[in-house]
Write a new protein. Structure first.
Length: 128
């Protein structure tokens, strides 16, 4: 493993949590190992590991970009990650307001629906 891969795994665990990473690693196969290595090194070991902006800011940017590009399947995972990044529910809603203005109301509306459901699941889990 490279230093960037190891940094990526540490960052990924910090942001997504050990349970998520363990589940993802358990699902890894020979077929997707090259892809998993790529995203661990590039996304988590380079972009997310940079200290140029905070994890909170990076979280907000990521959620806005996911919504703006219509990559909705990743939004719940990154909403759950806000528990580790410091982004608040208000931060997330502010990011989605930008999406509404610059990328379209329907995308922001769908992202908000997903975020609200995920925040409700997180609150229910905390109260269980």
């Amino acid at each position: 493993m490279t230093d960037r891969f190891n940094t990526g795994m540490r960052t990924r665990r910090t942001v997504l949590g050990d349970a998520h990473v363990e589940q993802a690693e358990a699902a890894r196969t020979d077929l997707d190992t090259p892809f998993q290595s790529l995203i661990t090194e590039a996304a988590w070991g380079t972009v997310w590991a940079s200290d140029a902006i905070s994890l909170r800011e990076r979280s907000m940017l990521t959620l806005a970009l996911l919504a703006a590009t219509g990559n909705f399947e990743e939004i719940p995972m990154h909403v759950r990650a806000t528990a580790n990044t410091g982004a608040t529910q208000r931060d997330v809603m502010e990011a989605f307001q930008h999406v509404a203005i610059y990328a379209g109301v329907p995308r922001a509306n769908h992202a908000i629906k997903l975020a609200k459901a995920t925040f409700a699941e997180m609150e229910a889990a905390d109260n269980a």
